[in-house]
Design a protein around this ligand. Structure first.
Ligand SMILES: [Zn+2]
Length: 426
């Protein structure tokens, strides 16, 4: 196959956003584009956002690979230069060379990634073991070809998973927690843990104090118990957003990890000095699926007291995870006593949003909210309460809401109450 001398990207004087898709246009292969880009550090340095929007394929088949091939012996000088720069050992060089020779997309994209030194944002679809993850581990460990400050501008990482029935193992994201500038990690369809075939890299020698991650966003999370590894890797975590969901292909009947809010409390406790935003909810897929689960009640256990999270400002939570409901959890030990919100919420709170409100406990919730509104000395910063109320709430609930509204007006200092009817408004 013949390639044009220049891929379209070569015509640019700088590239702000680069997608893996852009590297395969017209007659030009991904490999050819990256070979050209390798010779243009001025261009690779200009890339701020790199997006790998689909799983990468590997063309290398060991049986077909002949290390005495003319191509290799003829000396692919560029590949030799590349592996000399990236790899440490001869074995590693041989492995990389063989995949690069056979135009393995993963290997070539990984090569390109080492050159994107001024990245600010990285989006990777369906991250899994392979060359890309190897490069990220090298960066996290400050190994060749990276120095002490790998990806010094990379603040925003996005892990996507567009394929319907695939998930991302949480362990594959660990290198990002050891990159010096990463502030925000967002991931779609995470499954907590790692497969038995995966050997977790040891990052033990990299101190927690180096971790700059302040924000974790998990969307449509498939199974997670506490996300302890991610949270424990952070030392400055400010915002934790978890949206729990399911996908149909994952069988939850055996070994299903229900969301257990109190486990998240334990994992988040080390972040109590910095955590200002906590958002815990179930997405629509979970809501419909959970009707069939026998252990659904586990999901309805409370988070526990928030008092220790003394800088928490914004809290978004399901009613059942916010307060302890009578008889909500037959499978767990629980206190029959209702703990009023004023007793469990921190003084620092500025906004409270409650979703999936249960009608039968609505009057108790209203009485809690009135107390929050009245006792300004205990909740001096509270300026917003948002209730996500189901349409079927009925007239009785509406009149109860009026009670809180009236209190807000009486206090006269703030218009505190907002209602969203129907499903949660995102
Ligand atoms: Zn490969």
């Amino acid at each position: 196959m013949t390639c044009p001398r220049s891929a379209p990207t070569m015509l640019c004087s700088s590239i702000k956003k680069l997608s893996a898709r852009d590297l395969k246009t017209g007659d030009c292969t991904l490999r050819r584009s990256i070979e050209l880009l390798w010779r243009r550090p001025d261009l690779t340095r200009s890339v701020r956002h790199f997006e790998i929007e689909r799983s990468v394929s590997c063309a290398y088949v060991e049986n077909n690979y002949n290390s005495d091939s003319e191509e290799e012996n003829g000396g692919n000088i560029l590949i030799k230069k590349i592996v000399d720069e990236i790899c440490d050992t001869d074995l590693e060089k041989k492995w990389w060379s063989s995949h690069l020779q056979s135009s393995c997309e993963g290997a070539w994209l990984a090569v390109l990634l080492t050159r994107l030194t001024h990245l600010e944002r990285l989006s990777i679809s369906n991250i899994k073991p392979g060359f890309l993850l190897d490069v990220l581990v090298k960066a996290a460990k400050r190994q060749r070809p990276f120095g002490n400050n790998p990806f010094p501008f990379l603040r925003d990482v996005e892990l996507t998973c567009p394929q319907e029935n695939e998930t991302i193992w949480s362990a594959y994201a660990m290198p990002f927690f050891y990159l010096p500038a990463v502030r925000k990690i967002s991931a779609l369809k995470v499954y907590e843990g790692f497969p038995t075939s995966y050997t977790e890299p040891d990052f033990a020698s990299y101190k927690r104090s180096e971790c700059q991650v302040t924000e974790i966003n998990l969307f449509h999370t498939i199974a997670c118990y506490r996300m302890n590894e991610w949270i424990a890797a952070c030392s400055k975590l400010e915002s934790f957003h978890l949206e729990f969901g399911v996908i149909n292909s994952i069988k939850h009947t055996n070994g299903y990890n229900a969301l257990k809010a109190s486990s998240f409390r334990e994992s988040l406790l080390p972040a109590k000095h910095t955590l200002t935003t906590l958002h815990l909810e179930f997405d629509v897929s979970y809501k419909s699926h959970s009707r069939h689960l026998t252990n659904q009640s586990k999901d309805n256990l409370p988070f526990g007291s928030f008092k220790e999270f003394y800088v928490l400002e914004h809290l978004f939570m399901r009613h059942a995870n916010l307060v302890r409901l009578p008889n909500a959890a037959p499978v767990e030990r629980h206190s029959p006593n209702h703990e009023p919100l004023i007793e469990i919420l921190p003084k620092s709170l500025k906004s409270l949003a409650i979703t999936e409100i249960m009608d039968e406990f609505f009057p108790a919730l209203i009485s809690d909210l009135v107390e929050l509104v009245i006792r300004r000395e205990d909740m001096p910063h509270l300026g917003s309460i948002v209730l996500h109320v189901d349409n079927e709430g009925g007239a009785a609930n509406k009149s109860l809401i009026e009670v809180v509204k009236l209190q807000c007006v009486t206090i006269g200092q703030f218009s505190i109450l907002t209602l969203y009817l129907g499903w949660v408004v995102y």
